[in-house]
Design a protein. Structure first.
Length: 133
């Protein structure tokens, strides 16, 4: 879900580079429930994202394209994965967590169960899409 996190890291990374602003963001996380919920929601979306699966889609579906189109779309995919990593780093820096959704054991266990089914389906979907081209 790009719309849930795309742009968040772009906005917060420069603020986190400034120690005073970073401290303000951490204070906001500690003191403002609405901001803590925002960070939690973004973390939840990020926890559902899988850059390995995304890279598999790229490798599988871009193989049949022209070199120019393939390179352009591969660069877009790489940029999105880098921006996701930046957003993850921002959320962890603000929350003080070492992993996404660290304080949400229900979400973590449901993602483990979900990914056991969804990951193979994603691989099959990418392969079928490539064959249908």
């Amino acid at each position: 879900m790009l719309t849930a996190w795309l742009g968040v890291g772009d906005a917060l990374a420069p603020m986190l580079a400034d120690p005073a602003k970073a401290a303000t963001l951490r204070d906001m996380y500690a003191q403002f429930p609405w901001f803590r919920e925002f960070v939690s929601s973004v973390e939840m979306s990020l926890a559902k994202a899988d850059t390995v699966i995304s890279a598999h889609y790229d490798a599988t579906l871009l193989a049949g394209l022209s070199e120019e189109d393939g390179e352009e779309l591969a660069a877009l995919g790489a940029d999105l994965r880098a921006r996701l990593d930046t957003t993850v780093d921002c959320m962890l820096a603000i929350s003080g967590h070492t992993t996404l959704a660290e304080g949400n054991s229900i979400l973590q266990s449901s993602l483990v169960a979900r990914n056991a089914y969804v990951d193979p389906l994603n691989v099959v979907q990418a392969d079928v899409m490539a064959k249908l081209r």
